[in-house]
Write a protein that binds this ligand. Structure first.
Ligand code: ZN
Ligand code: ZN
Length: 576
């Protein structure tokens, strides 16, 4: 995903080194390529992260001069993009224009209005800038070493600028930054030092030791600075309605406002409760000998807990997932829901050690500069987990939810979407792709599969789907209520535990996440609801075919749903 958290900057001045945004007679394709190169120069840490390594030696200090250059870059490219806007570009290029414009306007918004660089001390952290070099797939150790030394030299100036920027920070972000700085010191002294020592080339070890020492001192000095600030950190972490609406506009790129999406989520929560209660009444006698409690939410919770007891054993967790992918593929084929390219099978593997933190499953896709690499479905094994923890994890990812998870992550969710996105290759859509569309598609796929009979309409499957989907819905409700309506932790726990049937540990973790982030928790439901509404609208047209809808929708790449919607409606109008 995009990372505006570490504001990047340029060390060169564009207009004196030939990097001017516009040239006479420029084609859009040439302009687009130059835009991307210039963008990486402004954001070298993000560049390293996505596998573009030309600026690995940069670590910009985010000072006044940097901010001015960043703004000049954004304005200059916005001006030129404006001239391309009305020149009869094809639909896919028009989406690229919209994505580039949104990226540049976001840069302006984050620098001059949102200003997390003043109140969120955790935006400053160099660990990733080094880890992304160490873990890069397409560099030699010698290249890595040189870039690491170049970046190490810049660490003290980076934190000096950070100290000048911070004023009136929030307590939660200050605490987070203090905690993270401990991890950063440990990373520099252990992993990074070990990597440098392991490279076989004879480098100046004294120089390296001295640079590492100064870098560590800079991080520790920053931490001491934050500890002094902490007692006076009083700023509310809730960003309020106005900023929330603007951030939602830039991050989600939805046709709806934040408030509209919040209302849709409230509506969906009540639909899900109604559906879950009706299943509970139907299944009660099958699972319980006692009378059903009068409190409907309590009754649903009891049934959810009971049905969750059906789960795979810990040593067959990975193999069950592996076995399910071909079954899902067969179902999609049999029901004619979507064409799946058989030449690109998904590889299920254990999560590699360097990315194994929390238990879970995730798709690991090749980056935009690493197209040849395989796509993996990473699954954490539960071997090292204490028995009690493993049992609780297995109940969470029980027989039913595990299947829904595989739909979401793999087929026809994230993995299938990715295969389609790669068929319409666009560097812009890969780099600046819309997170709400990507997550929304995976969430939509869950419902769509069940609607088409996946799980044989077993009430237990629908019950667990509803519980799983309720998490997505409540993420939106929680995020909006906390940041706009000033909710506290008690109110948050009530929503998540009593109304969404979560365990308290999960709910507390979500409270921590909502207090250090904003809007991101909305992306899943927001994208889902837009896709679902678009389908329901097009379904009314004569000759609607579900499979054709899916293939056309995915064919535009990871664009915002509102852009895809516009293109699909234009296409339909042309045909009729
Ligand atoms: Zn069990
Ligand atoms: Zn997802």
């Amino acid at each position: 995903m995009k990372r505006f958290l570490v504001p990047g900057a340029i060390l060169l001045i564009f207009f004196s080194c030939g990097k001017t945004p516009s040239r006479k007679g420029d084609t859009f394709a040439a302009f687009r390529q130059r835009f991307i190169d210039a963008y990486w120069l402004v954001n070298p840490l993000t560049a390293t992260n996505v596998g573009y390594h030309q600026y690995d030696d940069l670590l910009p200090a985010y000072d006044d001069a940097t901010r001015k250059r960043e703004q000049a870059f954004a304005q200059a490219y916005l001006d030129t993009l404006g001239t391309f806007e009305k020149t009869g570009l094809d639909p896919l290029d028009r989406v690229d224009v919209a994505l580039m414009q949104n990226t540049l306007r976001s840069m302006q918004f984050y620098a001059d209005t949102f200003k997390a660089w003043q109140w969120d001390p955790s935006t400053y952290n160099v660990a990733g800038a080094f880890a992304d070099i160490v873990n890069a797939r397409n560099l030699t150790n010698d290249e890595k070493y040189k870039s690491i030394i170049a970046r190490l030299r810049l660490v003290p100036a980076y934190y000096e600028a950070a100290k000048k920027n911070i004023s009136n920070p929030t307590e939660v972000h200050t605490v987070l930054a203090i905690e993270q700085s401990e991890g950063t010191v440990s990373y520099l002294q252990n992993e990074l030092e070990d990597f440098c020592a392991s490279t076989s080339i004879h480098h100046d070890t004294l120089l390296r030791a001295s640079l590492l020492h100064k870098a560590t001192d800079a991080v520790e000095d920053y931490r001491a600075f934050l500890q002094k600030l902490l007692p006076g950190s009083r700023k509310d972490f809730r960003i309020g309605k106005a900023l929330y609406g603007r951030k939602f506009f830039f991050d989600i790129q939805s046709a709806s406002s934040a408030e509209q999406v919040f209302r849709k989520a409230m509506q969906r929560k009540s639909e899900l409760h109604t559906a879950m209660f009706s299943i509970t009444r139907k299944l009660w006698d099958k699972y319980f000998r006692t009378a059903m409690p009068a409190d409907t939410l309590k009754a649903i919770r009891m049934l959810v807990d009971k049905v969750s007891l059906k789960h795979v054993q810990r040593d067959s967790f990975l193999s069950s997932i592996e076995k399910q992918i071909p079954e899902l593929t067969a179902f999609v084929k049999e029901k004619d829901l979507l064409y799946l390219d058989p030449s690109k099978p998904l590889k299920v593997r254990r999560t590699p050690a360097y990315m194994d933190g929390v238990a879970g499953a995730s798709i690991s896709a090749p980056g935009p500069y690493d197209n040849e690499a395989e796509t993996y479905y990473n699954v954490s094994t539960l071997e090292k987990m204490p028995a009690r923890e493993a049992e609780s994890y297995l109940r969470e990812y029980n027989h039913y939810v595990l299947q829904i998870l595989n739909i979401h992550e793999a087929v026809p969710g994230h993995y299938a979407q990715l295969v389609y996105a790669n068929k319409a290759p666009s560097l812009v859509k890969t780099i600046f792709g819309n997170g709400a569309m990507i997550e929304g598609w995976a969430v939509y796929a869950e419902r769509m599969m069940l609607e088409n009979g996946y799980g044989n309409n077993e009430p237990e499957m629908w019950l667990m789907y509803s519980k799983w989907h309720l998490r997505t819905v409540c993420n939106t409700i929680l995020d909006y209520n906390v940041h706009v309506n000033g909710w506290n932790e008690q109110q948050a726990l009530h929503l998540l535990v009593d109304e969404a049937f979560q365990q308290e540990a999960e709910a507390r973790g979500k409270w921590r996440r909502v207090s250090v982030s904003q809007v991101q928790l909305c992306s899943y439901f927001s994208g889902y609801s837009e896709i679902f509404e678009l389908r329901e609208e097009l379904r009314k047209q004569p000759g609607f075919k579900l499979r054709a809808f899916h293939e056309q929708f995915l064919g535009y790449g990871s664009a915002p749903v509102r852009s895809i919607r516009q293109m699909m409606l234009e296409e339909t109008a042309k045909k009729n």
